[in-house]
Design a protein around this ligand. Sequence first.
Ligand code: ASP
Length: 467
Amino acid sequence: MQRTWIEETTNLVGKSVRLNGWAHRIRKMGDKLVFVDLRDGSGIAQVVFYKPDLAPDVCAKVDELKPEYVLEVEGVVQKRGEKQVNTDLATGTIEIGAKTVSILNTSQTPPFPIDQDTSSVGESVRLKYRYLDLRTQRMQNHLRLRSKWVQACREYLFGQRFVEIETPLLTKATPEGSRDFVVPSRLQPGKFFALPQSPQQYKQLLMCSGFERYFQTARAMRDEDLRADRGFEHTQVDIEMSFVEREDVMRMVEEMITHAAEKLGFTIREKPFPLISYQDAMVKYGADKFDMRSEEEKAKGVLAYAWVIDFPFFERDIKTGKWTFTHNPFSNPLPEYLEDHLAGRNIEKILTSQYDLVCNGFESGGGSIRAHKPEVLEATYKIMGYDQKEIESSIGHMLEAFRYGAPPHGGIGLGVERNLMNLTGEAALREVVAFPMTASGVTSVMDAPSKLDDATLQELCIKTCEK
Ligand code: ASP
């Protein structure tokens, strides 16, 4: 018999079915009756074992059952009497009258109950047994919602002529503001790759390649100190478009975000998304990320999106006193500041074409129109104090690409985790990531980082030292 998903059983009253899943809860009622809530990837259904009707070997197996045993059950879908309907279960109008059961695998007693929310279970236990944590309803819901949200974004983008293109993970260290993770090269001893902090340069090069509309659900790695809302790696819906102005990208992203949120049943507080300048946001909210929702809207999970624009391009680095970029060195200044930008004049006044998408007090995305003329990007680096040699070694390849007919372009990166935290109302990143790190930077389930053996180190020409 073919396997039936639990979710589909409600339409199959009177039919024989084969179900597969885990024993979620077991209730023994006297000697004759055993109820097993069976859980699969689509839901939970009550399976009834009425021993007087079952063969002795089946009864013996029913007596062995424990939570999280993996089962195959064959039985008949039965409509429940009106008083027996369980409104807490999506399948509460039916139950399965079991005929046989096979135990496909046993289970040790899990370190925490799977049929309960694990929010209050200690982090180290949850992450050591992450595969069990992920079985719980809340975690299943979050990761399934994440998949649907990304799918909805994809759906929208494919409808708008976007091409999904992967960019390399082993790449060059870039000046994007954070510390890089590095990977040693075996073939070129003493040299290192860097893992991308974002696909920024590659997506711009794809605009130089004539793709015009690119996207990718990209992994990005930054070796930053960890916080509840920031991990070493994150995923972003990464987008770049040619022949656009700031408002074109913002409109497109707004449509995509609205499509995804509304498709998943969420309410957006204000459409079109309100637009506010950085300066006004600082005066009004004291921050460039703000929450416009009332207490009631917060309780209802309303999404309050807003755009923030007109950020200063540069600020003084606290340590060196030199000018540095506030958001993205590859941005264009706003057109009215282009002359000053090229001349390195009135630097503190130059505004960038950056736009940040804010939602419920957090930054859910950010992007800009880029410098596509070599002299503009070069001017940015000159303002930041790079000499000609340093400019050449860090962005020479971009300047060269721009000399071969680079189109005007711009884009955005939308943090998948941050957006999911907003959708789920969770305050910690680990609640929307399958296998997150611990607060001290150790992976879930598997013990990394770990030491390399001497032979591997030798092959890589690496000597380690004690700190
Ligand atoms: N590269 C930027 C980031 O990762 C996003 C963008 O400007 O497209 O934040």
